[in-house]
Design a binder for this molecule. Sequence first.
Ligand SMILES: CC(C)(COP(=O)(O)OP(=O)(O)OC[C@H]1O[C@@H](n2cnc3c(N)ncnc32)[C@H](O)[C@@H]1OP(=O)(O)O)[C@@H](O)C(=O)NCCC(=O)NCCS
Length: 325
Amino acid sequence: MRVSTGPLTSHEIVYDIASVTAHHDHPDIPFSIRKNFLAAFDNPPPGTLIERYLGYLDDEPVGYLELGFPQLDNLDNVGIDLMVRPDRRRHGVGRALMELAVERAGAHHRTHLMGETVDRHPDGAAFAEAVGAKVGLTDLRSRLDVTALDEKRLAELRAEAEKHAEGYTLRRWTGVPPDELIDDVAYLEGRLNADAPIGDLALEPEKVDADRLRQDHRAREARGRRSYQTGALMNGRVVAWTWLVAEVDQPVHAWQSTTIVDPEHRGHRLGLLVKLENLAHIRAEKPALEAIDTFNAAANTYMLKVNRAMGFRAADVWTGWQKDL
Ligand SMILES: CC(C)(COP(=O)(O)OP(=O)(O)OC[C@H]1O[C@@H](n2cnc3c(N)ncnc32)[C@H](O)[C@@H]1OP(=O)(O)O)[C@@H](O)C(=O)NCCC(=O)NCCS
């Protein structure tokens, strides 16, 4: 069989390759709705240049490569999303796309290629090792079963957290943070790579400001998603913040994204408090919600403890890989 690569010719084919790959590799995570997936091509996150390629077996497109070149920070890095249809693996398409990724990284003067694999199937990790990548970070995906919450326990946790958080007030919003809060939220979001464990990955803190955050939320909304956020405020400033994100037309599933507490305000159970409030927030707005998934570095014991207390349980392990040129 003849292996080749080429530029992207059809967005629909990417949806087919990506959805069949996702169903094979992590079947319990609902895959994006087609129109939202396709909207991503015209509404990328700000600050990243994206290149897309297809991999062919004879003349059939069976593999997809997406390269993300950060433009505002992390200028030595390139993010790789590489996949081959499960029924067309082990014919060299993955390797051919990886060679193209290395070539394109060189053309953009990037030295660190980063990608992720799920450990539930051996293909991703075996491939990453075969192409010379090294393990950078081990992540756990945990799931909260929203249909089986222990309400009594959640109420106890809330009461306990409030005792430690005197003087802080909670505020909820969706989408772009209100004008008077957006600078604080941008500051917290920008701290993430500095504060959360990143293992051996060569990640730098992102340069996030109000404008980038606004564009990011608008692009996300254009991709059919809504974010549900809660902040803890002291003297009118957001000092702890968390957000969940879900597809608007997809009632049962959401992702827990960043939770971060300003270092000066740690030790007041604010991480737990904003998460509990935000869970109530999304349940009020998405009453059919059944599951929330989240990723945490396996080394992030504080966040894992908070999540476990709320009822999150480990679902699978993901590995962040880095190949240095
Ligand atoms: C990883 C992936 C892209 C590989 O695609 P592929 O077309 O099967 O890759 P190749 O055929 O070029 O394999 C290259 C080498 O990887 C290794 N490899 C790949 N899968 C393997 C497996 N299941 N067991 C052992 N070795 C494996 C082998 O060394 C292989 O070379 P060989 O076939 O000559 O022995 C594909 O399995 C996939 O889409 N997985 C899910 C998504 C993912 O994890 N992507 C990678 C991170 S971004």
